[in-house]
Unconditional design. Structure first.
Length: 139
């Protein structure tokens, strides 16, 4: 399956944007692409933005997709990068809790800006010292 996963490199951080209605196959392909990109580029941090996941239906996110996202964060960390899941919407949070998906090890942030700052803080560098541009501001 060919799937174009939106990944943007901003300084040493990789921003991965998950969009639409994800199925089991798509999320597995995304996991593979993200971990390969992190390994290829020696990324310092990865932000997995789930704010674009379709929350219009009752099956917002199933337990398999939730576990793959959790596993993806673990894999990124094993590859030597910091990782955070950003943009979790209330309906997705509720589903994750209801499914009992273990999320205690995940770093989360309300939005990309907060996640980026958190990754920068974890890497023990400031955005200014790294000569990185200011992160995009949330509306």
């Amino acid at each position: 399956m060919t799937l174009d996963v939106p990944m943007t490199r901003i300084g040493s951080t990789l921003l991965v944007t998950l969009r639409g209605d994800l199925d089991d196959t798509a999320v597995t392909v995304i996991e593979d692409q993200v971990t390969r990109e992190v390994a290829r580029t020696a990324t310092g941090g990865a932000l997995i933005d789930v704010s674009g996941i379709d929350v219009s239906g009752i099956d917002v996110i199933d337990s398999f997709i939730a576990r793959v996202i959790s596993r993806m964060v673990s894999m990124v960390r094993l590859l030597g990068s910091n990782a955070a899941v950003v943009g979790i919407q209330p309906a997705v949070a509720l589903t994750l809790v209801e499914f009992g998906v273990p999320m205690g090890h995940l770093h989360t942030a309300l939005n990309v800006e907060q996640g980026w700052r958190s990754c920068a803080d974890s890497m023990a560098i400031s955005l200014d010292a790294a000569n990185m541009p200011e992160p995009p501001r949330s509306p």
